[in-house]
Design a protein around this ligand. Structure first.
Ligand SMILES: NC(=O)c1ccc[n+]([C@@H]2O[C@H](COP(=O)([O-])OP(=O)(O)OC[C@H]3O[C@@H](n4cnc5c(N)ncnc54)[C@H](O)[C@@H]3O)[C@@H](O)[C@H]2O)c1
Ligand SMILES: [Zn+2]
Ligand SMILES: [Zn+2]
Length: 399
């Protein structure tokens, strides 16, 4: 079968690899109909992990069951499914408590496994014609409809970026009437904005420098903030201060809460500097969040930070040591939630929001591509909204 294989920094290729097969009675094999390219794949593509050449990429996968092992009881050939990017067992100490992002069974090296990802176990990715699904009863979510119908993109995004955007809003404690600042208007940031609005947030600000991506944020119902125009924290505080009705509603002292209650980092360690946007500054987002989140507020960090980063800008960050503005965070009594999304925790509810027509995550999909053209899609998506050519916000490979 054909698969997208990592070769070297900034180079993937489409190669023939062996078809997957049932290796354990609880496995299934899925014929892939859609596979997303994720901002997380770009960390590997950019040479910012220790991924080895030859790895099949792809952790955002949906398709149709092609074969099941003898122990699989809830799925049969022909069922339409989407796969949470975490590969989990469902019975370990962490899975039982809902933390399928830290499954203790599926990765021999450490807690946490995924398809086709650095440090996440020996599993091949799904940017391929077929993929093997371990513990299939637990790791495949059943879908209505038929492959390629009007919901294909919406359902595919249940594998990662929609639950991840939603998870960010949970970590940041977004709810009705809350004020929210989201950094990053990539797929994750945009779907965090979509989730915040579904949850009834009163004001949602989305920060990026890609005008195309900010335009999508605005369409979703958020206020766009371009960080090339100066400190996003200051821009948001100024916008709020200019809101006459809001300011008139304050009792004395409440003007000390001109930031927001909820902050979200949907950028991660490859963040660009606010002052010099063409340079990398891994702390730029957290520094701005510490400024813009009010006393007693909450921050959700779903943008990835790595314990080792061979391509980091400083020796400290190469070792995963980041100099946080911790004094300010402590002084404000801000709580911070971090980490990989436990997709299983949210996938059923988010599926039902899509079926009920209350969520439309597929609106962020900008391109579909044949698997043969995946290398070009990687090149284009890697511009992250600031290339010269066509904007690639979210690309889906249809093998
Ligand atoms: N926690 C999880 O389980 C999980 C799951 C999926 C993705 N992620 C991570 O989420 C992050 C975003 O993913 P994506 O697919 O949206 O990626 P992306 O690379 O397409 O988007 C990142 C966006 O951030 C913008 N950006 C860069 N510096 C910025 C700054 N200082 N302020 C504001 N915006 C800035 C870029 O212009 C870009 O549009 C990545 O780090 C990815 O690895 C985490
Ligand atoms: Zn992903
Ligand atoms: Zn487990």
């Amino acid at each position: 079968m054909k698969a997208v294989v990592y070769k070297n920094k900034n180079q993937v290729a489409v190669e023939e690899v062996e078809n997957p097969r049932i290796e354990h009675p609880s496995d299934a094999v899925v014929r892939v109909t859609s596979a997303g390219i994720c901002g997380s794949d770009l960390h590997m593509y950019d040479g910012r992990t220790d991924i080895s050449s030859g790895t099949v990429f792809g952790h955002e996968i949906m398709g149709v069951i092609d074969d099941v092992g003898q122990a699989v009881v809830s799925l049969k050939k022909g069922d339409r499914v989407v796969l949470p990017f975490n590969i989990s067992c469902g019975f370990c100490f962490n899975c039982i408590r809902g933390y399928t992002n830290a499954c203790l069974t599926t990765n021999p090296e450490k807690p946490s496994a995924a398809y086709g990802y650095a440090g996440m176990g020996p599993y091949r990715g799904g940017q391929a014609e077929y993929v093997r699904v371990p513990f299939a009863d637990f790791n495949a979510t059943k879908l209505p409809g038929e492959a390629g119908d009007a919901f294909e993109d919406d359902f595919l995004l249940l594998s990662d970026v929609f639950p991840t955007g939603y998870h960010a809003t949970e970590l940041a404690q977004v709810g009705p009437g809350k004020t929210v600042a989201i950094f990053g208007a990539g797929p994750v940031g945009l779907l965090a904005a979509h989730s915040a609005i579904i949850k009834g947030a009163s004001e949602v600000y989305v920060v990026d420098r890609s005008e195309e991506r900010l335009a999508i944020a605005e369409k979703i119902g958020a206020f766009p903030v371009n960080f090339e125009d100066g400190s996003p924290a200051e821009q948001i505080i100024t916008m709020r201060k200019n809101n006459k009705m809001l300011v008139e509603s304050f009792k004395p002292g409440e003007e000390k809460m001109m930031g927001v209650m909820c902050g979200i980092d949907a950028v991660g360690y490859q963040a660009h500097s606010i002052k010099q946007p063409d340079k990398e500054d891994p702390l730029s987002v957290i520094n701005e969040l510490a400024k813009v989140v009010n006393f007693t507020g909450h921050i959700g960090i779903v943008g990835v930070y790595m314990p080792q980063d061979p391509g980091a800008v400083s020796e400290q960050v190469k070792k995963g040591i980041y100099a946080l503005p911790f004094g300010l965070i402590f002084d404000k009594g801000i709580t911070i939630g971090t980490g990989q999304t436990p997709v299983k925790k949210y996938i059923e509810q988010l599926k039902h929001l899509i079926i009920a027509g209350k969520a439309k995550p597929g609106m962020i999909v900008s391109q579909h591509t044949a698997i043969e053209d995946a290398p070009r899609a990687y090149t284009m998506f890697d511009f992250r909204g600031i290339g010269d050519g066509e904007e690639y916000t979210k690309v889906i490979i249809n093998p």
